[in-house]
Design a protein around this ligand. Sequence first.
Ligand SMILES: [Ca+2]
Ligand SMILES: [Ca+2]
Length: 260
Amino acid sequence: MLWALTQLYTFPDSAVVAVYQAALRTLQYQNTAEEPTPGARTIAITVFDGEHTSDAQTVGVGVTVVNDRTPSLTLNDGSTTFATDFEEEGDAIMVVGNLDLTDADSGGLLIDSATVTVSNGQDGSQEQLTATAGVDIGVTYDEDTYTLHLTGPATVQQFKEALATVEYINTANEPSGADVKAIGNDGPAQRTILFVVNDGEFNSADATTDVSMVTVCGNTGACALARLGHGAGCNTRKRARTTCVHLGRSTTAVAKRSHS
Ligand SMILES: [Ca+2]
Ligand SMILES: [Ca+2]
């Protein structure tokens, strides 16, 4: 949008040229917008002697913006209870349902980087996060810290799209962390995935989402007996597989290995 702003200055009729000259030398430009549009401004100056208008003289002002706003990242419409299921020995899953990333700075300032971390990872290199790299975003995973690094700089929209592709997979035969009990339903294992975005100056507030680890039964052993109703601890899911909330971790592990 092009704005043309005109400011008229007048002085008493008796003012001489020197008065106008001195006044024009004090001319200043100010922009009080919290987030101004960056770029050039052209200021045209004319004087009028009551009969004739001078040719315009122009001066340029460049408006630059600064990075003084913290990026904001929201996962799953801000829900703090959102969780996706990863089924033991299953395919990688998308970590978030939806994701929004904004930065209130004007001028299209770039995002520098982002990290996504399995904050309570337990299965070493068997447990991984992945994301789709973009033209301006590189992706690396550090299995020692369970941290996925997305490195720009790139636009807010590019990071938003890249972060939405984050997936979790665990190739462990028996993912760690379930609240194993001697008998009956075990508590599910869970992972908390932490997202942080950095704009070169500021980190976004932590945004987290959970992955629930759904353990499964094999077709032999005590776990299979439980599936058939001869023992406690297995829940039949509507999907193809039967979920076993362990009779005991070691028992279930033996059952799965004998199946394989
Ligand atoms: Ca910013
Ligand atoms: Ca700013």
